[in-house]
Design a protein around this ligand. Sequence first.
Ligand code: MN
Length: 410
Amino acid sequence: MTRFAWGALTDTGRVRKGNEDAYLAVDGLFAVADGMGGHQAGEVASHLALESLQSWFGSAGTDVMVAAVEHANADVVERSLGDPELAGMGTTLVAMALVDAGGRDAIGVVNVGDSRLYLMSDGVLTQITEDHSLVATMVRQGRLTEAEAAVHPQRNILTRALGIDGTVLVDSWEILPVVGDRYLVCSDGLFNEVDDNRIAAALRRLADPTEACRELVRLANEAGGRDNITCVVVDVVDDDGRDLTVDPAVRIRSSHTGGDPVAPAVGGARPKSRRRGRTSTSTRTGTPRSKLTWRVAAFVGAVALVVLIALGFVWWTGTKTWFVGVNGEQVAIFHGKPGGVLWIQPTVAEDTELTVGDVPAARLLDVQNGVEQPSLSSARAFVERLIEQRRSQGTTATSTTSTSTTTVVR
Ligand code: MN
């Protein structure tokens, strides 16, 4: 018999008014969900996802867990479509459960979003799940360091979540339970405040799982507590006396879906088994689900191509356009679309000598909303016309001489 001991704790933190996190800790099934949405919608989403997961999950295989997450997604989508107050709500979901893997016990892990599951084995902490977030994608592409990602203003933008679309891509793993192993399931309110070294130290120091949870929440609050914090700590206390040295089974199997579509550069190279310690027994071999037939590969390739073209178009419209708009008190030429396109925000290409007060009243609203121009030179020509109009109205008195300001107020 594989047996667990566990503790769990959720905390609103020091800044947020409500707690949109939720957790599930019943024997053999442990999960964390971090909801998002206006008013109480995030709270509804995270609790609904966990209830749904629990009701759809029977004690069976990892594939059943994946199916349960898909059902949970459908339930959140349905609820959000049926209630205008809940429109647009979503949630992350990460779960581990005792499952049957071909007649033997295994720990099934599923993940969507940027909550995490860590495994501490032989005192070494390893993040098993991959974050489905914009910054994680940028880290994988080498565009951000881990340290930059941790403080990035857009670190809460997810590339996958439950409740957004009728279909959801679910990452899954199967891990052999070994006595002494400790699992941590948590929301980003923990690891955005407390780095992995300090998390690992707390998990090593406190043997009792409930005390370990309390300490982790305390550390996150001490560091600022800017988000809701949720921790579930699960210890493997019995594993049928499994001896890994004679056990031919693979320690960690990944039925991973690969990088997100926005991260084509990382494609099939992930995930590597980042486990240290007993690495000799942890090779990444395919489970039946990860065996790609050429047909599946062709389909995936076609989908990836469509996504790439769509992203390319978004990028093109997001960056290859100009507009004349307002930057603080100054009229400026921007690169991009007014208001931005998805994650691409406009940037100031150049400031002009015009202040908002110089703009003729008839054009002021247009400029405040951003006047799009097909090229930089046409944007400059537009500004020239505004300057001409100002001269002809003889309102030069208010114009300043600071023509080469470099301050960007955003
Ligand atoms: Mn959070």
